[in-house]
Design a binder for this molecule. Structure first.
Ligand SMILES: NC(=O)C1=CN([C@@H]2O[C@H](COP(=O)(O)OP(=O)(O)OC[C@H]3O[C@@H](n4cnc5c(N)ncnc54)[C@H](OP(=O)(O)O)[C@@H]3O)[C@@H](O)[C@H]2O)[C@@H](O)CC1
Ligand SMILES: [K+]
Length: 519
């Protein structure tokens, strides 16, 4: 599990070490970690180290000092390093060490930002040490002008030639929110010191951070609660419940699905297909006969009826995908939510959620739907406000309703009513296509059904029992994202093909789990 701690908690964990006179040692460890990652990138990128060129962007605080000390180490390996000082003030000892190692520095306020940006765009590596955890708001003044010029000249990440490495975090993102105001240097890699910060896992900050590499600098964070967590493959694998020889179809998990309507029949077929590919004992489909026929064309193993929730014994429910303007489906949604069983509530069923439910009710809105859900409960937040700070509003919705809230997006945020947060940035942009949400809900439903009666699941993934459903939702988002990435290797994603990729991802996860068990 990748755990992110707030800027305040990281500073508090540094406190005792700084009091013991170890502040400089911490900074040297951070700089060494940063240097080691840059070295690896130069080597892996085939650029070599001796004779490579680097630009260090150094702001006024300790973040700039880390970057300058890393620059000093690069100079000693034969890299030509230019330090661009983005503020009038600079950490004197680190600049002194950098200059003594043969580095050159230039102050941004006395120079032409365009010319410096052009130099940086042509370098092998740019180290972003403008702002770290002490920053507030977006980049200002000269630094902001430089970054804009660099982005224009170098082009977007992925196409530009210079590798950008963020020191602790991409300068200017909200440390705890991932909020981005103003221009930003998208990093190829972010080297985080001591722990990831929440802004690296959330919203626009997660996009800007690129790959996150955490360097151990000896901080003890055991007394602090992670602000955000990301499940890695091993965590998702640990959560899964593999069938045993003693299982039968009812004990493996039965998922009731009330999805689809005359207007949107396809949603039912997509949700059923994704649930079956995730693996479970049985899918019971409830809905109009013509929709059931469509479901059966692809998945004859689904057991269909036009009956009620009470008549269809299940361990968990999925309600809402494509269920629009259908009185019977609305009724089933309300009954499933009231059943006390785990229930995934999507799309058309979201308006059926009563004032207060429990965490076993997993809501899966996108930003627009969350805005409606909150408005109905007296909280005013439009779509763009939610997209700027997804964690804040997912948490608000979880606290207000008592449900687990999975807020869809490129980064999917999951909030438990306890305040525990997960963020999964596993998706492929190709997944933003019609029907994608229906397959996510099918995966979530299957996981809920298989884990509904599994008392050991929370402990296996390392969360409190009350946060089990949030972990399940995060795992579902991870599986969906990975399946999407796999599908995108073939070209633009056709959602009805996704079950093949879901199955392959599940096979990979079970294999990972088997290997973990024998080690
Ligand atoms: N503590 C430790 O032991 C360790 C810390 N470590 C490192 O320290 C980093 C935190 O360092 P930090 O606290 O010095 O903050 P940091 O972000 O470098 O600079 C803040 C200064 O920038 C300015 N400023 C603020 N906002 C701005 C804006 N929008 N636009 C422009 N300028 C802005 C403002 O100065 P002002 O403008 O007010 O003069 C403010 O004082 C942390 O990320 C990690 O890298 C590691 O070495 C491990 C050991
Ligand atoms: K930085």
């Amino acid at each position: 599990m990748l755990s992110a701690f707030s800027g305040g908690d990281v500073r508090a964990a540094e406190g005792p070490l700084i009091d013991a006179g170890l502040g400089d040692a911490l900074m040297q460890k951070a700089a060494h970690g940063l240097f080691t990652v840059v070295l690896g990138m130069l080597r892996d990128g085939g650029r070599g180290v001796y004779g490579a060129t680097a630009v260090v962007l150094a702001g006024s605080g300790n973040n700039g000092a880390d970057a300058l000390y890393a620059g000093e180490r690069l100079l000693r390996r034969g890299v030509a390093v230019l330090a661009v000082l983005t503020s009038e003030r600079v950490h004197a000892a680190s600049l002194g060490a950098f200059l003594r190692a043969g580095g050159t520095s230039v102050r941004l306020d006395g120079a032409d930002p365009g010319a410096l940006a052009l130099h940086a765009a042509g370098a092998d590596v740019v180290i972003d040490g403008i702002l770290g955890t002490g920053g507030s708001g977006g980049l200002r003044g000269h630094a902001s002008a430089f970054v804009e010029a660099f982005n224009d000249l170098a082009g977007p990440r992925g196409t530009r030639s210079a590798l950008v490495v963020a020191c602790d975090l991409p300068s200017g993102i909200g440390v705890d929110t991932g909020r981005v105001d103003g221009p930003l240097l998208d990093a190829d890699v972010t080297v985080a010191f001591g722990a990831a910060k929440p802004g690296l896992l959330l919203g626009a900050g997660a996009l800007a951070a690129g790959e996150v590499d955490v360097v151990d600098i000896g901080l003890d964070l055991a007394a602090f609660t992670p602000a955000v967590r990301t499940l890695l493959d091993a965590d998702v694998a640990a959560l899964l419940r593999a069938p045993t020889p003693h299982d039968h179809k009812y004990s493996r998990g039965v998922l009731g699905i009330a999805a689809g309507s005359a207007r949107y029949p396809g949603a039912a077929a997509l949700a059923v297909g994704a649930a079956l590919a995730t693996g479970l004992g049985m899918v019971r489909y409830l809905g109009p006969g013509e929709v059931a026929s469509l479901v059966h064309q692809r998945n004859p193993e689904a057991v269909a009826s036009t009956g009620s929730v009470d008549e269809a014994r299940s361990q968990a429910w999925l309600v809402g995908p494509g269920a629009v303007d259908d009185h019977d489906q609305r009724r089933r949604a309300a009954d499933a939510i009231a059943s006390g069983l785990p229930v995934v509530v999507d799309a058309g069923a979201l308006p059926e959620v009563p004032e207060r439910v429990g965490p076993q009710v997993i809501l899966t809105p996108h930003a627009g739907e969350l805005s409606g859900l909150l408005a109905a409960r007296g909280v005013d937040a439009d779509r763009s406000a939610i997209e700027a700070e997804p964690a804040l509003f997912a948490l608000r919705a979880a606290e207000t309703t008592g449900a687990t809230v999975l807020l869809k997006g490129f980064t999917t945020v999951v909030a438990a009513p306890s305040g525990t947060l997960f963020a999964q940035t596993d998706a492929s942009p190709w997944l933003s296509t019609a029907g994608s949400g229906d397959t996510l809900s099918g995966i979530l439903g299957a996981l809920a059904a298989t884990l509904a009666e599994d008392d050991g699941a929370a402990a296996r993934v390392g969360v409190a029992d009350e946060d089990l459903w949030a972990a399940v939702a995060a795992a579902g988002a991870a599986i969906h994202g990975r399946a999407g990435r796999r599908a995108a290797l073939r070209g633009p994603i056709v959602v009805s093909d996704l079950p093949t990729d879901i199955g392959a991802v599940m096979a990979h996860l079970y294999e990972e789990r088997r290997l973990a068990a024998v080690m």
